[in-house]
Design a protein around this ligand. Structure first.
Ligand code: G3H
Ligand code: 13P
Ligand code: ZN
Length: 344
């Protein structure tokens, strides 16, 4: 099965009221862990790679890993998405490399650290939608910002999404998916107090535009049992905390469809590797610690697929839609930005 445009997966999630995990990949172990969990649970899945991942492994390597994993698991419906593209050029690069979906994160400037103004966000996002939709590629935007910083990406400033502005943003840019600031946060140290998700924001944006796929970034739950393994075997993650899975599941009921998870897999892998290093200090065969790491990550993914009600949904997605067919449908629907409504 070829890679599908992310919109095909998200449209099914909207129709059938479930959430889809978008899991970050950087290497073979993560890719296989996620794809095998998708296969076991018969779930559609979004594999996403950040600019950091593309720099670490190389775009060619990531694309090749995904293609190889798709040969191993031919029944898995999968989309390959650029996570947090910082400028239109990085999105275009991913499109040229065969990615079937991109995120233009215009909520932050090129450095990925400083919040932008609304018009700048509109402008860069519209530019990417114009190009993406002409090529049948799905585009995600972001309005509002999250707390938490991961590998240099993210602002300390939390800006909650204004639902009225979000409806206008979606209408002008014609993005397929929109990431919201509603209280989630990137990384392993999300909150000092209990998390307070603003479901009312999700609900209002969904009500104004039920066909827009809403995205929850920073959705790792940072499971205390996995953090405890890391800490037990020489790690140090004091104060690590995340969004409990049941709160993410609630957000699905208010309209969240794409759920970004990276940190939980990092913690699962680190705990498994630390366990082997500590219990078998003589071990130096990389497979002996990467295999348990893969299993630990795959279990997390499987658990999320079940919780988000993604499990069992693969067969309902239908024949893969080609990028050409998707481009034709964007054309018919006039799903292109209204540049006349964008200042500057
Ligand atoms: O939101 C960011 C993602 O978790 C990717 O993180 O830039 O360290 O690869 P990264
Ligand atoms: P976590 O840090 O909560 O895993 O979020 C990942 C993310 O939002 C990737 O874009
Ligand atoms: Zn993110």
């Amino acid at each position: 099965m070829p890679l599908v445009p992310m919109k095909q997966i998200l449209d099914n999630a909207i129709e059938k009221n479930y959430g889809v995990g978008a899991f970050n990949i950087n290497n073979m172990e993560q890719t296989l862990a996620i794809m095998s969990a998708a296969d076991r649970t018969e779930s559609p899945v979004i594999l996403q790679a950040s600019r950091g991942a593309r720099k670490y492994a190389g775009s060619v390597m990531i694309y090749g890993l995904v293609q190889a994993a798709m040969k191993l698991y031919p029944n898995v419906v999968v989309s390959l998405h650029l996570d947090h593209g910082n400028i239109p050029a990085s999105c275009k690069e991913a499109m040229d490399d065969g990615w079937t979906s991109v995120m233009m994160d215009g909520s932050l400037d090129e450095s990925g650290k400083i919040p932008t103004d609304y018009d700048t966000n509109l402008r860069v996002t519209a530019e990417v939608v114009q190009e993406g939709h002409a090529r049948g590629i799905t585009v995600e935007g972001e309005l509002g910002t999250l707390g938490g910083v991961e590998d240099g990406h993210g602002s300390d400033q939390v800006i909650l999404t204004d639902p009225v502005q979000a409806a206008e943003f979606a209408e002008i840019t014609q993005v397929d998916a929109l990431a919201l600031g509603f209280g989630t946060s990137h990384g392993a140290f999300k909150f000092k107090a209990a998390p307070e998700l603003r479901y009312d924001i999700v609900e209002a944006v969904n009500k104004a535009n039920p066909k827009l796929a809403l995205v929850s970034h920073g959705s790792s739950s940072v499971p205390p049992d996995l953090v405890a393994i890391v800490n037990k075997y020489g790690g140090s993650m004091p104060g690590a905390s995340g969004v409990p899975v049941d709160q993410i599941v609630n957000s699905i009921d208010y309209g969240v469809r794409k759920i970004n998870i990276d940190t939980d897999l990092r913690i699962a892998a680190t705990g498994a590797i630390r366990t082997i290093f500590s219990e078998k200090p003589q071990e130096f065969d990389v497979r002996k610690y990467l295999e348990p790491a893969m299993e630990a990550m795959s279990q997390v993914v499987e658990d999320r697929m079940v919780s988000f009600r993604t499990a069992g949904k693969a067969s309902g997605i239908g024949t893969p839609i080609t990028l050409e067919a998707m481009a034709a449908s964007y054309k018919t629907d006039g799903a292109f930005p209204d540049f006349d409504r964008i200042k500057g």
